[in-house]
Design a protein around this ligand. Structure first.
Ligand code: AMP
Ligand code: MG
Length: 529
């Protein structure tokens, strides 16, 4: 396998932990601890992303090299790698949780690709670090498959995300109690190599604020701007102003991110501030889920079943709450309340504008009739009515919007959406309301103008046909746990073109089957991973 070029700015420019070793500790005055992956018994490459390999300047021959699995399974380092675990804190489920840090993620280094782009390579599940607390630093195959598949799927869907290069089986067992009910069992372990320009989280800033380490806080802010937001350095010469603009940009990116999640029906599941990327990327795929039947109340995370803090329809508000925590954290450096509050207000405006724009695209409308949800004749009211019907009627979100593009405006009928209904009784409950809505919509697109084929094509470019539905991922997991990992690559292959109908792949576009409705891994997931 060829060598990669490394330029490890994070460890070179920021202070590290003076203490060595993996023993669990509180790390003060440092952004990271140097720690190497713990070798595994039998690393075996199960799946990879050719797009990410390409990004890094790697090809098929590199991937087929035995050394690839050794490096990306944590058994060997390439020259120039400088592994470390980052120190961060976070607000978990609304409360400050203190120091968390990379408990099982280890960054190998920052590689510079042939085009000069910087990509951080990070192994997840690479063994204990000083931040592992009471856990083992490992990851199970099922959660690794979910992270690997979903992060690449998100990229192909056009949603900002961290990427995944490889999925490597460790040949070791990991013991997990999936439902925290005393039934711990051994499961196969795996390691994903994640790739992103930066894995810095809101929590990396919060930890220094919580400890009153203000010089370090300022250093990390300025480092982040310099390395990861070069456009701000060019645009704003004054460092104080630049920090404000940086926070505004973080707010803007986060707003765009959440609007995309709402567009495709993604529920993150654990929007703690340690799981919020400073670059506005989807990060840390855990008990996430994909909305099958449209339901703003739905949360896939069993740990969140009581409060539903991170439910589908609440994600925009939670992101703003998280940005408030980041604002509080950086305030000692910014020292002005007003620009921070303005940026937080702008977050809400950007989210609303993006969410509306994306909904307009989903509906295939060229124009938008102004007015609030309660105003008869407004498009906001049209959307609100649709959401109410979809929720009450248990309508599959993905299939509904995809079928909508093919609706004949001259003959709008509910039977066009047969494939999207889960329950006969629910369908009967909403059928007259649904028919009425379809008539309104048909009238609306006739008035909106534009030829049908053009509208259809535009709608199909924003309404995916294939998303990594929870049950599809679970089927690939079941097969992989039986020793056949090919289902992972097959699923990824379909998800590489989520907007293009693929002949013979109908099964991947089907609504959730009945057996998956209440099955673990398909509609509910625990944090155990
Ligand atoms: P998460 O909820 O997955 O974002 O994890 C929260 C914190 O727990 C992070 O600091 C993780 O690094 C840590 N963590 C989760 N699972 C493990 C594990 N198996 N071993 C060590 N640390 C872990
Ligand atoms: Mg996390």
């Amino acid at each position: 396998m060829r060598d990669l070029r490394f330029d490890n700015r994070f460890v070179r420019e920021l202070p590290g932990d003076p203490e060595d070793g993996r023993h669990v500790r509180q790390v003060h005055g440092a952004c990271y601890s140097r720690v190497e992956p713990t070798p595994v018994r039998a690393p075996k490459l199960l799946a990879w992303s050719r797009e990410v390999a390409d990004l890094l300047g790697l090809d098929e021959t590199d991937l087929r090299d035995r050394r690839f699995a050794e490096v990306f399974g944590g058994n060997a380092l390439l020259p120039g790698m400088a592994p470390y675990a980052a120190c961060y804190g976070g607000h978990q489920f609304g409360s400050w949780a203190g120091q968390l840090g990379d408990g099982r993620a280890i960054t190998l280094g920052e590689t510079i690709n042939p085009q000069g782009q910087r990509w951080e390579l990070q192994l997840k599940g690479a063994g204990p670090t000083p931040y592992s607390r009471r856990a083992d630093g490992r990851a199970v195959l099922r959660s690794s498959i979910r992270e690997f598949v979903c992060s690449e799927a998100m990229h192909h869907l056009g949603v900002p995300t961290t990427r995944a290069l490889s999925l490597v089986a460790t040949g070791e067992q990991v013991v997990r109690d999936m439902f925290y009910d005393g039934n711990a069992r051994p499961e196969p372990g795996a390691i994903v190599c994640r790739v992103a320009p930066s894995f810095i989280r809101f929590g990396n800033f919060e930890i220094f604020a919580s400890r009153g380490e203000e010089p370090l806080l300022q250093q990390l802010i300025d480092f982040t701007i310099d390395r990861d937001f070069p456009e701000l350095v060019a645009a704003e010469p004054d460092p104080a102003q630049r920090r404000v603009k940086w926070f505004e940009e973080v707010c803007r990116r986060t707003a765009v991110l959440i609007a995309h999640w709402m567009r495709v029906g993604f529920v993150h599941g654990v929007m703690n501030t340690d799981n919020m990327s400073i670059l506005g990327l989807t990060i840390d795929y855990g008990p996430y889920g994909w909305v099958d039947n449209f339901d703003p109340e739905w949360t896939p995370n069993t740990t969140d079943a009581g409060g539903r803090r991170y439910r589908f329809g609440h994600q925009a508000r939670i992101a703003q709450w998280n940005l408030w925590q980041l604002a509080n954290a950086i305030y000692p450096v910014i020292q002005q309340v007003e620009p921070l509050e303005r940026a937080l207000a702008a977050y809400a405006e950007v989210f609303e504008a993006e969410d509306r724009r994306m909904m307009q695209q989903k509906l295939g409308l060229e124009t938008w009739r102004a007015g609030g949800e309660d105003e008869e004749g407004s498009d906001a009211a049209l959307v609100a009515k649709l959401h109410t019907l979809m929720q009450a009627g248990e309508v599959d979100m993905t299939l509904f919007f995809r079928r909508l593009a093919d609706l004949d405006p001259a003959r709008p009928t509910i039977s066009h959406f047969d494939a999207a209904f889960y329950d006969e009784a629910r369908r009967r409950d909403v059928s007259s309301g649904f028919e009425a809505w379809l008539k309104d919509y048909a009238a609306r697109i006739r008035q909106d103008g534009g030829p049908d084929p053009v509208r259809r094509e535009r709608m199909n470019a924003v309404n995916p046909l294939y998303v990594p539905r929870n049950y599809l991922a679970q089927q690939a997991i079941d097969r992989a746990e039986q020793g056949d990992p090919t289902g992972v690559s097959e699923l990824l292959e379909v998800l590489r073109k989520p907007y293009v109908e693929q002949g013979g792949r109908e099964a991947y576009a089907a609504r959730r089957p009945d057996w998956a409705r209440h099955k673990a891994g398909c509609s509910m997931l625990s944090c155990s991973s």
